[in-house]
Design a protein around this ligand. Structure first.
Ligand SMILES: NC(=O)c1ccc[n+]([C@@H]2O[C@H](COP(=O)([O-])OP(=O)(O)OC[C@H]3O[C@@H](n4cnc5c(N)ncnc54)[C@H](OP(=O)(O)O)[C@@H]3O)[C@@H](O)[C@H]2O)c1
Length: 223
């Protein structure tokens, strides 16, 4: 049986369609606290996270506690862990990032997700999945034409991640780059929201967005 954290979130809600899992609410299991869990769980799918990229800049303590200490707590339970990380651990200067490229996060949220990755070595085995996903339909009225990603809609990415989780032999420590073809955020947005208007990253004042965090995908071949 899988223990799924973040089950009420965008990805967690979608994953529950495909996983045999128990998904405690935030209130039932706050990951910033220490727990011991039942031996019935043979894998943790760790989706709980502080995800508000703009707010994280001024709410660093909560973001750190959730994304770094929370992941430390989950990885220390003695159970194989699947950790959902992000394209944003890369700064976006070059795109087509391989798992051997050095991370250079440009915002605090991404820094804590990177630190969370390092906590996974505390688990007996781990699968770090770097990805990006959006709700369908795209929720903003504008989307950037000068930002590129291998991310996709959450329904598509969740199917891939669920397949990886269900097929993993729970051995070793792995980093997977998951996604679809490289495209601009605007082109992705248009697929589900034809009236979306083009904008530039410099038009978005609330958060600093990386230019090209597209990944060299390795999830078909390397785990
Ligand atoms: N969205 C993206 O594009 C994207 C891209 C790459 C990676 N990721 C990663 O994918 C994972 C899922 O993201 P998402 O977009 O589905 O997130 P989300 O919709 O913001 O959901 C976050 C989940 O975490 C839970 N949570 C937050 N703090 C918690 C705590 N202290 N204890 C227990 N649960 C807590 C939330 O519960 P409440 O709502 O009840 O507080 C919610 O279920 C995260 O690790 C995120 O960093 C997301």
């Amino acid at each position: 049986m899988i223990l799924l954290t973040g089950g009420s979130g965008l990805l967690g809600t979608e994953l529950q369609k495909y996983l045999n899992c128990y998904a405690p609410s935030h209130e039932t299991m706050d990951i910033t606290e220490r727990y011991s869990v039942s031996s019935q769980f043979d894998l943790i799918a760790h989706c709980a996270s502080y995800t508000d990229v703009a707010k994280a800049e001024n709410d660093r303590e909560t973001c750190y506690k959730t994304n770094v200490l929370g992941t430390k707590h989950m990885a220390s339970l003695g159970i194989p862990i699947v950790y959902i990380s992000t394209e944003y651990i890369f700064g976006g200067g070059k795109g087509n990032y391989s798992i051997d490229d050095s991370p250079d996060p440009i915002n605090y949220y991404a820094l804590t997700k990177l630190l969370g990755e390092s906590m996974c070595s505390l688990a007996p085995s781990s699968m770090i999945i770097r990805c990006l996903f959006k709700p369908r339909p795209f929720k903003h009225s504008k989307a950037c034409t000068d930002q590129w990603t291998t991310g996709d809609y959450v329904d598509k990415i969740a199917v891939i991640i669920a397949g990886i989780i269900n097929g993993w032999n729970k051995k070793g420590h792995h980093v997977l780059h998951v996604g679809t073809e490289r495209k601009s955020t605007y082109d992705l947005a248009k697929q589900s929201r034809p009236d979306v208007e083009p904008c530039l990253r410099s038009d978005i004042k609330s958060v600093k967005l990386p230019m090209d965090t597209s990944l060299q995908l390795n999830w078909r071949s390397n785990w």
